[in-house]
Design a protein around this ligand. Structure first.
Ligand code: GLC
Length: 478
């Protein structure tokens, strides 16, 4: 069975968040289970992509509106990632360093729609050349969500009409919504199908994907339910498509995320050497950030975005430290410039208690998981969340708001077999209360040991979830 994943991100080639992790790991596990899973992404102008060798497997040309463009399909020569990786090279469109945002200006690329569409059109044009078509095309998020619509609706893709499509929503906040006039850039659409492109008088890529895909998945069951009641205008659509929808929780790549072998942490450890390993890694981390290793370390890793609740952190940290509590806080990530400013300010204000590294840094992230006591995830929305799983694997207790995948994966320490700290409302009070519970917990070493032992014993590997995807693919090919 050939399953082709189309995405804008794939770790380690191009990643801004969890989407990259999932597309960089699920196909590897599918291949281990004898599914021929490929990944196709744009050929970016970045260090990873520029330092590999490729075979040119196909060259073609197709139209964006009335403009003809040429593309090349490159295949990375050695299958270094554990699956065949293809990249679409469209000169003038894909060959840029950023995925969504121009790193020089900090703003999204001016032609984002044209860029995403060219990528999708090139992929479909390439599929047309296959003597045997893929068994499934698996699209991820709105950037590739036009594919199911294009196949169903454009005359030129009628050869592909029997190819099943799956759309996975990793982040339903972004719809890929544009002026409906942009439809002129697509190949000729069958008139009766035009309506499937439109949602509230706009061209809505995600909505079109939801309506046209054969199966719809979200990255947790909790998130699927949430989207059915709250998805910025797509609720009725999500309810209507419920029969073809399923939530499948993500797994983590335990080759990359294993404290026993992780080359990115200072001291490797196993379940047996957990306490010592945590202590040594905490010392390294505290030294790096100028913090006191005797105090609990609360960390935040990720995009500094509203969805993730990062805007709650400055007030939370200030309120907690100002009321006389002794604790360390670390923030690693980039995002909202205003939050950068606030965190830089806090850094000067709480020297020795708060420190931050306002960048994307994979290596440092691993060391923070290894050396922290708690990981803060006050997300407003969390479709799945991988960071809580990485944290647990490294014996770090997650403090999470009960939403989406966080609610599905973290059990509060107050419940039987619990191993995390959960809170309900997105509010300073609730988050403060959670941090304060964790802070008291930290003082009872035996309790911390019990929760850590439980955490590292959990299994969040891809094994079960990859099986669920395989079942889904098979159901489409019967
Ligand atoms: C997005 C979501 C995150 C999820 C990830 C992978 O980044 O925000 O919750 O874990 O996609 O599916």
């Amino acid at each position: 069975m050939l399953v082709v994943h189309t995405s804008l991100e794939c770790y380690p080639v191009a990643k801004t968040g969890g989407l990259g992790d999932v597309v960089g790991s699920l196909p590897k596990f599918l291949n281990r289970k004898n599914v021929n899973a490929w990944v196709v992404i744009p050929k970016y102008d970045n260090d990873w992509a520029n330092s590999r060798s490729y075979d040119v497997v196909h060259e073609g040309a197709t139209y964006l509106g009335s403009q003809k463009f040429h593309y090349r399909m490159l295949r990375e020569k050695v299958d270094e990632l554990g699956f065949p990786l293809y990249m679409v090279d469209i000169p003038g469109r894909t060959d840029r360093p950023g995925i969504y945002v121009d790193p020089h200006s900090g703003y999204p690329y001016w032609d984002e729609f044209e860029r995403y569409v060219s990528f999708q059109l090139a992929v479909l044009d390439w599929f047309k050349s296959f003597p045997q078509k893929p068994d499934v095309i698996h699209c991820h998020d709105h950037h590739t969500a036009l594919i199911p619509f294009l196949i169903n609706s454009c005359y030129i893709y009628s050869d592909l009409i029997t190819v099943p499509t799956v759309l996975t929503i990793h982040n339903g906040e972004y719809h890929g919504s544009y002026d409906i006039g942009k439809a002129a850039l697509l190949p000729k659409i069958k008139p009766e199908k035009f309506g499937f492109l439109e949602w509230n008088n706009r061209l809505n890529s995600l909505a079109s994907g939801i309506r046209n895909c054969w199966k719809l998945t979200t990255v947790s069951t909790g998130y699927l339910r949430e989207l059915q009641t709250d998805s910025s205008g797509l609720e009725t659509l999500m309810q209507h498509e419920a029969p073809k929808s399923v939530g499948i929780i993500n797994g983590i790549d335990d080759q990359v995320w294993d404290p026993a072998t992780d080359p990115l942490i200072a001291h490797n450890f196993t379940a047996k050497t957990l306490e010592k390993g945590k202590k040594l890694n905490k010392e390294v981390l505290c030294k790096e950030f100028g913090l006191n290793p005797k105090l609990p370390v609360f960390s935040y890793i990720g995009r500094l975005a509203k969805e993730k609740g990062a805007d709650l952190l400055p007030d939370l940290i200030t309120a907690f430290l100002e009321s006389g509590n002794e604790a360390n806080f670390i923030v690693l990530g980039t995002g909202d410039p205003y939050l950068h400013h606030l965190f830089n300010h806090l850094k000067g204000r709480f020297v020795g208690y708060f420190n931050t590294s306002l960048q994307y840094n994979e290596k440092l992230a691993h060391q923070i998981y290894a050396g922290s006591d708690f990981l803060l995830m006050p997300s407003r929305v969390e479709p799945c969340g991988l960071n809580q799983m990485y944290a647990l694997k490294y014996g770090t207790i997650p403090i999470v708001r009960r939403t989406g995948g966080l609610n599905d994966t973290v059990i509060d320490v107050g419940e039987p077999d619990g191993y995390g700290v959960c809170f309900n409302q997105f509010s300073l009070e609730d988050a403060w209360h959670a941090v304060s519970r964790a802070h008291s917990m930290f003082k009872i070493k035996d309790h911390m040991k019990i929760f850590r032992d439980r955490a590292v014993a959990l299994d969040f590997s891809w094994d079960k979830s990859a099986d669920k995807y395989i079942e889904l693919y098979q159901s489409l090919n019967n």
